[in-house]
Write a protein that binds this ligand. Structure first.
Ligand code: MCA
Ligand code: AMP
Length: 505
């Protein structure tokens, strides 16, 4: 019987280079030959805890080798892996936990007591903890078990993971990704980016998003590549590791920050084969400065949590600044205008696509899922794009009211809801404005009920419990009136135009 469990595909590569390090971090390393034995411990722990195939495992922990083993063990066991941004507050977590109702919740040891209270309130069974220093109750549990040899048999449309992506209404949606979704995309990218036998990946991304978890790690495992696994992005540290690597992936902010460093030059990149950028638009200015400095062109690609990667600039051939390249093999894409017709080359419309990488739907939201697909089965991305006669895609904007700050998505609605709950705020409006470092910066424009000298300190204090730090406005400006059209809709475009240089001066 064919086992379509993604882990089973990964395992085929563990003994290709058994002695090669898979992950190497500041806290230790693990060789390919040890992955099966090590994940077998987590599998035995799941079994002891009474976890079953299809159960959800919510994980909000520091980046670590053990967190990757936990991810691999979930795949292997047929449990559904749900990674969460470590910046999320308890309030945000309450939503994710009550929506996904996991059988196991893994958190940071420092938060374990408070998380146990939350879990009790929500009637969740198992809470354990871990961090990158191997502290936490998960490690006690691993000492109690013997490694299991079990690998669950999965169909290709069994769920492997749920990735929460914020929604226009302020409520996050859980994108359900199957074993097939993840495998198909990783295989395509392995080939499209011409991965080589001895490639070494420099990994500085967080591992709770598609970019750092699936795009980066799944490919590295399928290619039996060593991964230099950094705790987080730090430009000086990245520069010191670049001579040891051949491939790096990052959000545009990483490349902007590298270019701000004098030590970033051709010589540190001498062994590098490929720099990949995605998750947010890479400015042509950054692409050009990078080429001038290093002699290399960044390869920009485009994707979403719901689909993993959709388009990519070519590996061989021209990479064009400001464009995200071609639809990847196995993906059918089109650009549709307001009348529902496919546009001619060069015209702008909404990008729609289908392929084996497209998610199964939003967790417990069948109605919402239906709205995101066309009757003929294309997924509606909500990104505005155009296509050149050559087939190159340019993302020109978004139909959805979304801010992308340093590669993290922030839906203004969610921030507006949090602001509007503050007693002394009469009205609020949140927009994204151009920012040199973050690409876009979350900016709040508010009207107060009455004069309040301390308003900014008070707002920031009140937001601390409600929203992850990256969603907080970088600036809060006072307005006397928020511009609206005759229908009463806030004219955000007027505000964006008016304040467009706020962070650039
Ligand atoms: C941290 N802060 C941020 C951000 N990150 N504010 C706005 N935008 C951000 N992205 C805040 C912190 O809360 C803190 O606030 C201050 O900035 C500094 O915190 P620090 O930890 O030092 O952060 P940083 O070094 O400035 O982090 C910036 C970063 C990081 C390195 C760009 O955000 C990052 O690694 N981003 C990658 C995101 C990513 O992987 N996206 C992929 C998802 P304060 O100073 O007030 O305390 S998208 C995806 O997966 C799709 C499918 C795709 O296409 O790839
Ligand atoms: P997420 O919901 O985190 O998966 O973010 C997906 C969104 O990020 C897409 O719908 C795009 O709006 C944006 N995105 C990802 N890659 C790029 C890119 N290379 N250029 C422009 N936008 C991008």
């Amino acid at each position: 019987m064919v086992n379509n469990n993604l882990y089973a595909y990964f395992a085929k590569n563990f003994l290709k280079y058994p002695k090669r390090d898979f992950l190497s971090s500041d806290h230790g390393s693990i060789k390919f030959e040890n992955i099966h034995e090590e994940t077998g411990l987590y599998v035995a722990m799941f079994s002891n805890m009474g976890i079953s195939k299809g159960d959800r495992v919510v994980v909000q922990v520091e980046k670590s080798i053990e967190a990757v083993l936990l991810y691999l063990a979930c795949l292997r066991y047929g449990a559904i892996y749900i990674p969460l941004n470590t910046a999320y507050t308890k309030e945000e977590l309450r939503y994710f936990l009550s929506d996904s109702m996991p059988e196991l919740f893994v958190c940071d040891p420092q938060k374990e007591n408070s998380m146990r209270e939350l879990a009790k309130e929500l009637k969740l069974n198992n809470v354990i903890s871990m961090n990158s220093r191997k502290e936490g109750t998960l490690f006690h549990r691993l000492l109690e078990v013997q490694s299991s040899s079990f690998v669950e048999v999965c169909k290709d449309d069994d769920l492997a993971a749920i990735l929460y992506t914020s929604g226009t209404t302020g409520r996050s949606k859980g994108a359900m990704l199957t074993h097939k979704n993840l495998l198909s995309n990783a295989l395509v990218l392995l080939d499209y980016w011409a991965w080589e036998e001895n490639d070494i990946l420099l990994h500085a991304l967080p591992i709770f998003h598609v970019h750092g978890l699936f795009v980066a790690l799944n490919i590295a495992i399928l290619n039996s590549s060593k991964v230099i696994f950094l705790d987080f992005f730090d430009s000086k540290r990245v520069i010191s590791e670049l001579p040891n690597a051949t491939v790096m992936m990052g959000v545009p902010t990483y490349y902007v920050r590298l270019l701000n460093e004098q030590g970033f030059n051709k010589s540190v990149c001498q062994n590098m084969r490929l720099f990949i950028s995605g998750s947010a638009p890479l400015l042509s200015e950054t692409f050009n400065s990078f080429e001038e400095r290093t002699g290399m062109q960044i390869l920009e690609r485009y994707g979403m949590s719901e689909t993993s990667m959709i388009t990519s600039n070519p590996y061989s051939g021209n990479r064009v600044a400001g464009t995200v390249g071609f639809f990847l093999p196995s993906i059918e894409g089109r650009i549709i205008n307001e009348k529902g017709e496919e546009v001619v080359d060069g015209e702008i419309g909404v990008l729609e696509m289908k392929g084996p990488n497209v998610f199964k739907g939003y967790w417990k939201m069948p109605e919402k899922t239906k709205l995101e697909f066309t009757p003929d089965g294309y997924f509606i991305t909500g990104d505005m794009a155009s296509k050149s006669s050559e087939g190159r895609i340019t993302i020109v904007g978004r139909e959805k009211d979304l801010i992308i700050s340093g590669g993290y998505n922030v839906y203004p609605k969610e921030v507006e809801i949090a602001l509007d709950m503050i007693e002394f705020i009469k009205e609020s409006c949140v927009i994204g404005l151009p920012h040199r470092d973050f690409g876009e910066a979350v900016t709040a424009l508010i009207i107060l009920q009455e004069t309040n000298q301390e308003f900014e300190v008070n707002i920031r204090h009140l937001l601390n419990d409600k929203l992850a730090k990256f969603k907080h406005p970088k600036k809060i400006l006072l307005l006397e009136e928020i511009p609206r059209n005759t229908m009463g809709k806030v004219q955000k475009n007027i505000l964006r135009e008016h304040y467009k240089n706020l962070y650039l001066e």
